[in-house]
Design a protein around this ligand. Sequence first.
Ligand SMILES: Nc1ncnc2c1ncn2[C@@H]1O[C@H](COP(=O)(O)OP(=O)(O)OP(=O)(O)O)[C@@H](O)[C@H]1O
Ligand SMILES: [Mg+2]
Length: 278
Amino acid sequence: MSAAPKPRPAIVPAPPRTRVTPGGTVRVIGTLLATNYSFWYGPNQALHDITVEAKPNAVTALIGPSGCGKSTFLRSINRLQELSPRTRHTGDIAFDGESVFARSVDPVELRRRIGMVFQRPNPFPKSVFDNVAYGPRVTGAARERDLPRIVERALTHAALWDEVKDRLDDLGTSLSGGQQQRLCIARALAHEPEVLLMDEPCSALDPIATQKIEELIVDLKREYTIVLVTHNMQQAARVSDYTGFFFLGRLVEFGTTQQIFTSPRDERTEAYITGRFG
Ligand SMILES: Nc1ncnc2c1ncn2[C@@H]1O[C@H](COP(=O)(O)OP(=O)(O)OP(=O)(O)O)[C@@H](O)[C@H]1O
Ligand SMILES: [Mg+2]
């Protein structure tokens, strides 16, 4: 006889993360705002004039056909894309009101605050524990004796603790694909980010592992701003609050996920979400 599925705990909204400004105002943190952002690889313009916002405690999905610039935009947010040679941009992306390109911004610190999860799980060739402890260790953010608590918290947060608590010394690469992806999410969470960028995080996973990650994304938005690139329309409809449709390097339409999927304003959006191209 198979055991009854465990009921999922009810989602209790967590209070949004806030910061008190020097002037004493309490501000919600984790807001991203791109304004007229354009991007070039050499002479080729990959993004045209993107203006879009991602709000805290919400999932913003970016959809669109292959090659339309979704990853380029996502990787621009934490300045990973500028590591490619001969790139340039115009316009701006602000994080909590400050340009990510400001001279005062350290890209390494920016990437800690804006974590990223990639298409293929990419655990380091280290133990499960060391994968998660890696960030706090290299940044010196935690003392060695605090690491077990930090690692447990990040793995719990990533809905992986129960599956790996007896395997912390095993190689991260020995886990299943879905577990590896949650390990990579735990590794990002151990950095205590404000934002998680996810570039097709389920495309290499089977349906069961995909469902786990989707449930996790919905849980995580209680505390984080999440920007999710996906090719999977059902996934965007299931987990996101806002959806942006990219086409040929432009943001053709942006709105609540409900609006985009039930009454798209642009015929290209409608053609894409109904599967007529892409
Ligand atoms: N490192 C790079 N150097 C030069 N051109 C690039 C580079 N990365 C992407 N491009 C080009 O920029 C455009 C946008 O690519 P991007 O990877 O952002 O699209 P995408 O929407 O994420 O596509 P996919 O759904 O296939 O992942 C494409 O024309 C692509 O060929
Ligand atoms: Mg991509």
